[in-house]
Design a protein around this ligand. Structure first.
Ligand code: ADP
Ligand code: MG
Length: 480
């Protein structure tokens, strides 16, 4: 397409992008904006998906890791036609003169071990892995595949060995042995990784098998679209002619009666024909909200496996594997430190490793040390170290103001009780990751009261230095 055609076609978005850039500059500061965001330009817009182009893969990865969520959110708010924002590498459109600052920056191969972008695509019924995959993805809205999510790259430990074995069995089996396979765990523990490992395995060893892999949200979207365009026959045919149907994040199937009914029929007909169905979710079938009972009972009819939170050994194993994939030298001390501290889930563990690696690469291969790790991750570590509970806050605040915890939780409105209560709510918001309703419940109040208390205390801190000092003392005792 000629350059001019681009320009005309993209003009309406350009003005909006200028405004968004203004907002990003204010939010992230001029230095970060100039280095990372200014070189970005708008690319194609198709089917509600907007492409934002970065001049190099390294820059794209950096933007994805640090700014993508925010940029997507602003776009979606600004222009409701935009349903999704993709970040792509495209030198042709971008102004490389803006790149001076990072010309010595490493390639993504150095940081991530392999170029994730070039092979991130969707897989749909009948689609061959190598052909037109990007096109298929756009047309069919299938979930993207990550080439790193293979069995080889999956580290097995006590907490996930059963899930791993089940996934391997399904991938290798010529005949269906359990149907469906239902995998569940909380976020970031490897469900998607295992699902995609199954696909890669099938495609390598049995490329003629038809696989559909998509998220429940995409299933709902496609079905609703088929209904709207009165195209449900094609929809049914597409889904019922597969050998393997994989639905990720089943908790997003939604409460919609007709969609669930359609899924139920698709599912039942596949199972009857001996076709494999694999589902992942964040809860067990019986605990899923908004799913009809008859569907739940079909879901438990195969094999249900969960992935438990990681243990220390598995975290160490994963760190070594990921460091190797990224081509990063990770000193044992640093690995141990990370494995001890970052216990919530693998995604966070990996995220912290990526941050350290990016930092070291950015400073021309600066050695990774414990000091540097603690410095780069200080925000993250601070919030992990803060294990303060609301109960503790109530106790300390009550003691400090010489009242009882009972009074703090009571409905008394006298200033001597009401003020400390507001302070306690404020500190609970500041020092814990609890939501407003959760905090409210601890005080027998609703979330609006908590919100009001937080605002009030924020005002008082400015107006009343004595109170500000009291709060500071409390904060310090609670944080130690
Ligand atoms: P979920 O789908 O359960 O939310 P993902 O499969 O997306 O989790 O995993 C989050 C990240 O953690 C991915 O990058 C994945 O590669 C990684 N991961 C999780 N478990 C393992 C494991 N056992 N070995 C290697 N990487 C893992
Ligand atoms: Mg997932």
């Amino acid at each position: 397409m000629a350059e001019e055609a681009f320009a005309t076609e993209l003009r309406p978005f350009d003005t909006q992008w200028d405004q968004i850039c203004g907002q990003l500059k204010t939010e992230f500061g001029a230095t970060a904006f100039d280095s990372w965001l200014k070189p970005l330009v708008i690319g194609d817009f198709n089917n509600g998906e907007m492409n934002i182009c970065a001049p190099t893969a390294f820059m794209k990865n950096w933007v994805v890791a640090h700014y993508a969520d925010r940029i997507s959110k602003i776009w979606e708010q600004k222009n409701p036609d935009i349903k999704k924002v993709n970040f792509v590498v495209e030198t042709r459109r971008t102004d490389t003169s803006l790149l001076k600052k990072i010309t010595t920056a490493p390639t993504p191969q150095n940081i991530y071990g392999c170029n994730i972008n070039s092979r991130s695509f969707g897989l749909v019924a009948g689609a061959s892995l190598e052909n037109d995959v990007v096109k298929n993805n756009a047309v069919n809205n299938a979930a993207p595949l990550n080439p790193n999510y293979t069995f080889d790259n999956f580290v097995v430990g006590k907490t996930n060995e059963f899930a791993y074995a089940a996934a391997r069995k399904v991938a290798e089996a010529k005949n269906v042995s359990f149907n469906p396979l239902f995998l569940y765990s909380s976020v970031g523990l490897g469900k998607t990784h295992l699902m995609q490992s199954i696909i890669w395995h099938i495609k390598e060893n049995d490329p003629n098998r038809n696989v559909i892999y998509l998220t429940a949200e995409q299933f709902v979207y496609k079905f609703v679209k088929a209904l709207r365009y009165k195209d449900t026959t094609a929809f049914k045919e597409q889904f019922r002619s597969v050998d393997v149907l994989m639905v990720d994040d089943f908790q997003f199937m939604g409460n919609k009666g007709t969609t669930q009914e359609e899924f139920f029929h698709t599912f039942s007909s596949l199972v009857e024909e001996g076709k494999q169905v694999i589902i992942s979710a964040d809860k067990s079938p019986t605990d899923l909200d908004g799913i009809e009972d008859r569907l739940k009972s079909r879901l438990v009819g195969g094999l249900v496996v969960d992935i438990m939170p990681t243990d220390f050994d598995l975290r160490m194993g994963i760190l070594h594997k990921k460091a190797e994939l990224m081509g990063v030298e990770l000193p044992p001390k640093v690995a141990e430190f990370l494995a001890q501290k970052i216990t919530s889930n693998v995604r966070e563990l990996e995220g912290s490793l990526k941050r350290i690696a990016a930092h070291s690469q950015l400073l021309s291969g600066k050695e990774i040390t414990l000091d540097m790790t603690q410095d780069v991750l200080k925000d993250m570590l601070r919030s992990i170290d803060r294990k303060t509970t609301i109960d503790e806050i109530q106790k300390k605040v009550a003691e400090h103001f010489n009242i009882s915890v009972k009074e703090l939780q009571s409905s008394r409105r006298a200033r001597t009780v009401a003020r400390p209560r507001q302070v306690a709510m404020y500190l609970a918001k500041q020092l814990t990751s609890r939501s407003l309703p959760e905090i409210g419940r601890k005080f027998d109040r609703d979330h609006t009261t908590v919100m009001h208390a937080v605002r009030k205390v924020e005002e008082l801190i400015i107006e009343d230095p004595t109170l500000a000092e009291n709060i500071e003392i409390l904060r310090r005792t609670l944080e130690n």
